[in-house]
Design a protein around this ligand. Structure first.
Ligand code: 26Q
Length: 844
């Protein structure tokens, strides 16, 4: 079947031209006197105007479908999913919409006729970087899959004025800048002031009935203000579904709370005093740049409560408009909690049901538990959220009281079920030691608890949440992550997409399992050559990007040099947040060992390699920042050493974001997935890279395990300790000296970290020393322990690359066996096991 993707639609082209011209004048107010074609308009306007007019023209098309989708959901009174997430890493919207509306060719034609390229126009748009890493990107992939699969599922989140910071690398150090993603406006969102809701903090509870907290309560003396929603349409691929991403903003105070008399007397300051404190103004203003780390900040708690309270008030209000009885709420609405960040939705729903709707406590609890599902994304202790009880009690008195009651009932049940096992009660209590443990609340208040890969879920069951698994075994289930192939191949890698479609048809776009059919070309040399050539062209594009847009900069931002990478070399990519458990340091130490080897054996020939790193570190995470600096010190040494720089090179790509990921991951030959076994919940970059034809060097961690089951161990480069070995070694006591005292090459790199060989700058030496001591003292993530087996495996990678056809065949098998890792599959499993939404084909 031909669609608009194969055949250009001339009617659409004409209406697009008209639409762009219309919006240039009527929406953007450009006085294009005497202008009748866009071509003439381009001469008068800026490229940004063309981008905006194009966005508006496309939006016009989306709007009708959006309205139709909403009315169909309403009329059919279907069950709807509300995905609650503090983060959405969507990246740019233009590309997503062009792909899913199947109008990319038409838009290219129109732009071409006015002398512009789609790339130029796309580059005008800033990334929506409202997330840190994997968890936020997963939420964005899920929205794409929900809409494509015609399921009624919407996202709720926060409209941060500033997303993840823009990273600059100056003299090798990370410098953070505010991300002003809204500075030129956002044509994709619609402000819905009519749906604003009031959010209340502080105050104290009073009760209608003096018995206990389980009955109706009211909070008085609060500080309150408004949360205002902004909606962004989420189009499905090649269908008529348009779901909604609703993001809350809080910059406007609740004027109803103004002391008007004070205001009238000219005492503006006092009138505003209780409504506008510093926090209020900045509440949803900036994303916390932490990933897998919880600093326990009060403002972060306020943000989370805005998300939760605004969303569930909105959900409940719209539900009541359907006329269905409150007792049926969980049959018509599902709430998925993306990590513990929105887990206060449990107490907020209880509060609304009991205090506002007058539902009896036990009934309200049933509804709440049956509505909520909780997804865990980490086993790292420092990332498990805990709030100080006093802070929570002071900021959200009624919610805290509700937690106390939930906890009381919960502890009582544990005591009864486990025959007075007080240790167990303490371990499982929601409140303990003056802290509220949000993961415990999330498990107790949800009917479903899931991990994000098989290994991760089994670690939850057997270790992190073991007591809870004993108590509620039926709640635990696995949902292995996936990625949307629309974004990560169709949009990011058009040439590979065409090749695949040529060979097996386009079914894979909505059913990734079909890529399996590529396996029959595993020995087709012409086909393998085409794969290699596409990769080379992607590498060439990345090479140009590095040369033009990623120069080495001095402390003051002056360009020091431009780096030219060799596209004949292996592009070895580690792109992910910087965290010690992800072991970018192990990669860097391996490069140092390789450097030493080359220096010690002049004339030694190896397969040339370019080591590409891209990573942001949390602004306050010192050790991670030191690792970034260390990588850049190594880059300086190696890239300037004529003995080796024809063979190895290091590039640190600054400001890793979704748009850069599209350029970088499609150009990779080798994918680094080398976390300490048991610590990476799933990983999703591993999937994006393999699907785009990179081979994985990795540990048996997260989703790598399932990838190796699909792809075959023999088609990946798996090394290092397994989870059980890590656990055993932890139990036994690990001494890193045992490693470096018995391995001269590792000892050598340790000496280089401590000595003056790599640098004579005192500040750089200090950074290196810090890394040295962390390894020498504890090496918490077993970098030294796994380093030797990592190096051995890297040598196997190089050997295979030298055999061009053997490499290409393995690449093909990797691509062909990635069918499982589509987020469409993940969403289907969430839906079958947890949400039970029905498919709604709009307009049929
Ligand atoms: C918590 C409290 C205060 C401030 C920030 C945070 C915070 C923010 C973000 C804690 C954690 C995160 C993000 C976690 C995350 O991205 N986890 C990743 O989730 C992916 C999707 O499931 C997995 O593939 C990754 O393995 C996992 O690390």
């Amino acid at each position: 079947m031909k669609t608009k993707n194969d055949e250009t639609d001339n009617n659409f082209i004409d209406s697009l031209r008209e639409g762009i011209l219309y919006h240039l004048t009527k929406t953007l107010g450009l006085g294009l006197t005497g202008v009748t074609t866009i071509k003439e308009a381009v001469h008068q306007g800026h490229i940004r105007h063309i981008y905006k007019a194009l966005a508006h023209a496309l939006r016009d098309d989306i709007m009708d479908k959006w309205i139709a989708t909403n009315s169909e959901y309403r009329e059919k009174d279907v069950k709807q999913l509300c995905y609650l997430s503090a983060e959405y890493l969507t990246g740019r919207f233009l590309g997503n919409n062009l792909i899913n509306m199947c109008v990319k060719n038409e838009v290219k034609t129109v732009l071409d006729s006015i002398g512009l390229t789609l790339n130029e126009i796309e580059d005008v748009e800033m990334d929506a970087g409202l997330g840190n890493g994997g968890l936020g990107r997963l939420a964005a992939c899920f929205l794409d899959s929900l809409a494509t699969m015609e399921l009624p599922g919407h996202g709720y989140g926060l409209r941060y004025d500033y997303g993840i910071f823009r990273q600059e690398i100056l003299d090798g150090y990370q410098v953070e800048h505010p991300d002003e993603w809204l500075c030129h406006g956002n044509p994709w969102e619609i402000k819905r002031e009519e749906d604003a809701v009031v959010i209340r903090f502080g105050g104290r509870t009073v009760r209608e009935d003096m018995k206990k907290g389980k009955c109706k309560s009211e909070v008085v003396g609060c500080e309150s203000f408004l949360a205002i929603p902004f909606d962004t349409p989420v189009s499905g691929y090649s269908n008529k579904t348009v779901n909604t991403l609703r993001l809350w903003s809080t910059s406007v105070p609740d004027y109803s709370q103004f002391d008007i008399s004070a205001f009238d007397k000219g005492d503006y300051g006092n009138a505003l005093k209780d409504v506008l404190c510093h926090d209020d103004l900045t509440m949803v203003s900036v994303l916390y740049p932490n990933d897998n780390h919880d600093p326990g900040k009060r403002l972060r708690l306020k943000q989370q409560y805005v998300l939760v309270s605004a969303s569930i008030q909105d959900i409940l209000r719209k539900y009541k408009e359907t006329g269905n009885p409150i007792e049926m709420f969980h049959e018509k609405r599902a709430v998925q909690i993306n990590d513990t960040h929105p887990s206060l939705v449990i107490t907020e729903l209880m509060r609304l049901l009991v205090d506002e709707e007058g539902v009896e406590w036990e009934k309200a609890w049933d509804i709440t538990v049956n509505t909520c599902g909780y997804t865990n994304h980490t086993v790292m202790k420092e990332a498990l959220e805990q709030w100080d009880s006093h802070m929570l009690g002071e900021l959200l008195p009624r919610n805290y009281e509700i937690i106390e009651i939930i906890n009381h009932d919960h502890c009582k049940r544990i005591f009864e079920k486990f025959e007075g096992d007080m240790d167990k009660v303490r371990r499982m209590s929601i409140i303990e030691d003056g802290r509220v443990r949000m993961a415990n609340l999330a498990v107790v208040g949800s009917h479903s608890v899931n991990g994000v890969a098989e290994l991760h879920t089994s670690i939850l069951k057997n270790d992190v949440l073991r007591d809870f698994y004993d108590m509620f075994p039926e709640r635990f289930n696995n949902k292995t992550n996936g990625i949307t192939q629309r974004k990560w191949i169709l949009n990011a890698n058009p040439e590979l997409s065409h090749l695949i479609t040529d060979k097996i048809g386009k079914g894979w776009v909505t059913d990734l399992s079909m890529v399996k059919e590529l396996e029959k070309f595993a020995d087709d040399e012409a086909f393998l050559n085409e794969i290699i050539e596409i990769k080379q062209r992607n590498k060439k594009r990345l090479q140009e990007y590095i040369y033009n847009s990623n120069p080495v900069k001095s402390e003051t931002g002056d360009i020091v040099e431009r780096v030219n990478v060799d596209i004949g070399s292996i592009f070895d990519v580690q792109a992910k947040r910087l965290h010690e458990y992800k072991r970018q340091l192990m990669n860097a130490l391996y490069i140092l060992m390789l450097y030493n080897e080359l220096k010690g054996n002049p004339g030694k020939s190896i397969v040339p390699r370019t080591f590409l790193f891209a990573a942001k570190s949390a602004a306050g995470y010192d050790q991670a920042k030191s690792i970034i600096k260390f990588i850049n010190v190594l880059a300086k040494v190696i890239n300037h050493d004529p003995d080796v720089n024809q063979l190895i090179k290091i590039v640190f790509l600054e400001n890793y974001n979704v748009s850069l990921a599209e350029k970088l991951l499609t150009a990779a030959d080798v994918s680094e997935q080398i976390s300490t076994a048991g610590l990476e919940a799933s990983g999703t970059g591993n999937m994006k890279l393999a699907l785009n034809g990179a081979l994985t060097i990795g540990t048996m961690d997260g989703a790598n395990v399932e990838m190796s089951e699909e792809i075959g161990m023999e088609n990946m480069f798996i090394f290092g300790m397994r989870t059980e070995e890590v656990n055993d070694l932890n139990a036994q006591g690990y001494n890193p000296a045992d490693v470096y005292n018995n391995d001269r090459d590792i000892q050598r790199v340790m000496e280089q970290l401590r000595g003056e060989e790599l640098t004579n700058s005192p500040s750089e030496m200090e950074v290196l020393r810090k890394i040295y001591y962390s390894l020498e003292k504890s090496d918490r993530f077993f970098v030294l322990k796994d380093l030797r087996s990592y190096k051995d495996m890297q040598e196997k990678v190089s050997a295979l690359y030298a055999d061009r056809m053997a490499w290409a065949k393995m690449v093909l098998l990797n691509i062909a066996r990635m069918g499982k890792f589509s987020s469409d599959r993940t969403i289907k499993q969430y839906n079958d096991d947890i949400w039970h939404l029905e498919n709604v084909a709009i307009g049929s």
